[in-house]
Design a protein. Sequence first.
Length: 142
Amino acid sequence: MSFQITPFIMLNGQAEEAIDFYETALGAKTLFKQTYGEAPDASGDALPPGLRSRLAHSVLKIGEADLFVADSLETTASTDRSETVQVCITTPDAETTRRFFDALSEGGQTVFPLQQVHFSEAYGMVKDRFGVTFHLFTQRRQ
C-alpha cells in the first residue's frame, strides 16, 4: 500500500501572502492555486464576496516535498495555533481513505464528513484525539 503525507498550512486570509513568502524564502514553486469562488461545482457562489477570493487550496513544491496552503473560511483570527498546521494523507483508493478516516476518528471528532467532492472520490477531515487535524484524500485517477 502506498500513500503520501503532506503538511497543510491553514491560515486566516493570509495564504497568498504566505505563498509569496515561501516562494522568496524557500524557492517554492506554485503548482496549483484555486480560490473558493473558482470551485467548479459553484459551491463558492453562496459565500460572501470577501470569502470567495480566499484560497481554498494550493500546492507548493519545495525541493522534493509538497506543501499545501489554504485559507480557512473562518473570519475571526484564532489564537489556537494547533489549527495552523494540519496533515493531509493522500491515498490511492477510497477504501484506504475510509480505513484511515475511521481509525483517526476513534476518540476524535469529524470536521468534514468523508464524501465525494469535486476534487476527490473520497475526502474528509478529522481532528484526532490529540487535537491534530487530518485531511484524508483519495487521489484522482488519471
